[in-house]
Ligand binder design. Structure first.
Ligand SMILES: Cc1cc2nc3c(=O)[nH]c(=O)nc-3n(C[C@H](O)[C@H](O)[C@H](O)COP(=O)(O)O)c2cc1C
Length: 497
């Protein structure tokens, strides 16, 4: 660009208009003398003064570099220096400071002014535009883009952006975890090719990997390296472009939980119906026929027994529901001494007749564990009453407390000399509604041990069972000593009898 010098042929009234326009434009205009060292300013217009705050008198004879404050080595400034040295045009954006010290972004369009006869550069002409707003908007957009990229990168939701030809434009890091495919393998593939890649190595059959059309959702079941279920949903990116955003969400856990819940509900309904059916049946009988007091007694006893069973089951179900719902926050943990817990439970437990003998094997020193006093007592009462129930011929029931062992865990165990459990029954002992001998005379809901396990889990402990048919059973709780801060994940395993 070469600056236009007013043509002497332009009529005087037009020249006056051009001068007024130059004064009144919002842009700053600067002319410097290129024949003097440092390119001193010889002219600035009103726009320069409005932009920078400097009046003409203050800048006349100075280099324009004072606008840069301390920032004299910006890339744009270096570019201007070069252009001036070579007598060239340059367009740059630089950080400049107004007279009041405030920063603004200045787009400088510099051009040499040449002598029409010799061609030598006599002046430089510069047009200045305040581009602060554009620059701030650009920076904000960049920050947003970086933030978005980070958020997408860290988000467990997989994001795939497809262009109007169904080719992958974006493949977020979570997609790699979900689909087992690196971004550079997926980018540029169309959905058909991507489906083939995902289905490779026996991961799935391509027929089962349908791509949803917005606003539909579909499920992909993948098998390698491990089984997972991914919910795939799509939404249009803009209305006319044909681009789509596909969202992938791992719902394996959620679906497994749903299946467990459905199973649990079905079993609960079935289990509740059994005592209810018998209460109803016997009551109908009693209403329909005339029984003597003697005849009706066993029927009424059954009604009572079944209604007690029903209410016990409801209590247990409520306990379990509370534990499920509140998760780790079901109760607050603190340091609990096991010895008073055991003594209180031993006081409460009823030993029918004279057949049973309860023995406490307690150390002298307190054994403080991380737990909840009342819940530990509930757990222990449950284990003790099980021990009584499952040793109908009596025998010794031993409740033992041991301080932290080599593995760093304290132990609380209940042993009986009763019926014992088969290997198969031991394996299913903590399954909801499981009962070792469902038709037998020993009452129970099949939920007690599940509640025990859930509670111990939430104390960061675990429960183990060791048993032999006809010899007896030992349940052992492994609990964290009170000083252990973090609760370890709980598992069920077999302990040595
Ligand atoms: C006509 C003209 C206008 C200029 N306008 C600006 C300006 O608005 N902002 C700026 O930072 N530098 C501007 N410059 C550049 C500085 O005046 C100076 O040339 C540049 O910083 C290189 O010189 P230095 O080596 O002294 O830093 C302009 C230069 C000329 C010749």
């Amino acid at each position: 660009m070469t600056a236009h010098v007013p043509d002497p042929d332009i009529p005087a009234h037009l020249q006056a208009i051009v001068r007024r326009a130059l004064e009144q434009t919002v842009n700053g205009v600067v002319v410097s003398d290129a024949t003097q060292p440092g390119n001193p300013i010889v002219y600035v217009n009103g726009g320069f003064t409005r932009l920078t705050g400097y009046p003409f008198a203050e800048v006349l004879g100075r280099s324009c570099n004072f606008l840069q404050g301390q920032e004299r080595e910006q890339a744009g400034v270096r570019r201007l220096r070069e252009a001036i040295a070579r007598g060239e045009d340059a367009i740059v954006v630089v950080r400049n400071y107004r007279r009041d010290g405030s920063l603004f972004w200045n787009r400088v369009e510099l051009s040499p002014v040449r002598d029409t006869v010799t061609g030598a550069v006599t002046h430089f002409f510069a047009l200045q535009t305040d581009v602060t707003l554009e620059r701030e908007a650009e920076e904000a957009a960049q920050v947003r883009a970086v933030g978005l990229e980070r958020a997408i990168g860290a988000h467990p939701l997989g994001l795939i952006a497809l262009d109007d030809q169904d080719r992958v434009q974006l493949f977020s890091p979570a997609c790699t975890d979900l689909l087992g495919l690196a971004a550079d393998e997926a980018l540029g593939l169309d959905t058909a090719a991507l489906t083939d890649r995902i289905a490779q190595d026996g991961n799935a059959s391509t027929a089962r990997l349908a791509w949803p059309t917005p606003p539909d959702k579909t499920l992909w079941e993948l098998h390698a390296p491990q089984h997972r279920v991914i919910e795939v949903s799509a939404s249009p990116l803009g209305t006319l472009t044909g681009q789509r955003l596909v969202l992938l969400r791992d719902v394996t856990e959620q679906r497994a939980q749903q299946a467990t819940r459905d199973h649990f509900l079905a079993t609960a309904a079935h289990e509740l119906r059994t005592p209810l059916g018998s209460i109803r049946g016997f009551t109908e009988l009693l209403l329909m026929r005339r029984y003597s007091a003697e005849e009706s007694r066993p029927l009424l006893e059954t009604v009572l027994k079944q209604s007690l069973r029903l209410s016990g089951m409801l209590d247990d179900l409520l306990d379990l529901a509370q534990l499920d719902e509140r998760g780790g926050e079901a109760f607050a943990l603190s340091a609990v001494d096991l010895l008073p817990v055991v003594r209180q439970a031993a006081d409460v437990i009823e030993l029918p007749g004279q057949k049973h003998c309860l023995q406490l094997a307690l150390p002298r020193e307190p054994v403080r564990v991380l737990g909840h006093g009342a819940r530990l007592e509930q757990v222990l009462i449950n284990l003790l009453s099980n021990a009584v129930k499952y040793s109908p011929d009596g025998g010794t029931i031993t409740c033992r407390v041991q301080a932290a062992d080599a593995d760093g865990l304290c132990r609380l165990s209940v042993s009986d000399q009763g019926l014992g459990l088969s290997e198969q029954d031991q394996a299913r002992l903590f399954t909801r509604f499981f009962r070792a001998n469902p038709g037998g005379p020993i009452p129970g809901t099949g939920l007690g041990l599940c509640i025990v396990k859930e509670m111990v889990d939430r104390m960061g402990g675990r429960i183990a069972v060791a048993s032999r048919l006809g010899e007896g059973t030992t349940f052992t709780l492994f609990l964290q000593p009170a000083e252990a801060a973090a609760a370890a994940p709980a598992t069920t395993e077999k302990a040595a009898p």
